[in-house]
Write a protein that binds this ligand. Sequence first.
Ligand code: IMP
Ligand code: MG
Length: 179
Amino acid sequence: MKYHIEEMISKKDIENKIKILANEINKDLNGEEVLIIGLLRGSFMFLADISREINNVSEVDFMCVSSYGSNMVTSGEIKILKDLDVNIENKNVIIIEDIIDTGFTLSKITKILKDRNPKMLKICTLLDKPDRRITDVFVDYVGFIIPDEFVVGYGIDYDQKHRALSYIGKVVKDGEENE
Ligand code: IMP
Ligand code: MG
């Protein structure tokens, strides 16, 4: 497929939004420690930036899950490729995610992590595509609500590419701009 990328959310807008999200999180935590969990690989850049704005980050850990299926759709089944190394029992935990689409990934991860008895478990996502939601998942902190477009950049990939862009762009198929 031939395509190009159109900027959707600028670097500056992402930076500003991260300050707003972190402020909310700091207010809610009220000085308590928090363990943050990034879902690899899409959240690495968002986590790196927001973790520096959150007060009292006690630990940072990562999980890597894969969804079976092709590039642009999730199949609904997830497999844990890398589990957490830390124990989350009795801790305040915030999951940092790049984008919520159907909601499958986060609803499954939430179930798995709740069984480990954290003191608090919240979700913070940079992007949310509510139009595509299939499974209900309560998201505590949302950066940007976006339309049903396939996006890349700022950690997010298309076929493993474009993760290092400092902005969020949408993938536009060449010749289909007006469809
Ligand atoms: P969900 O399980 O359908 O909510 O899918 C969430 C995951 O699908 C995200 O963490 C991304 O890895 C991937 N994903 C969903 N939408 C996009 C997109 O527009 N671009 C790139 N990856 C996406
Ligand atoms: Mg992801």
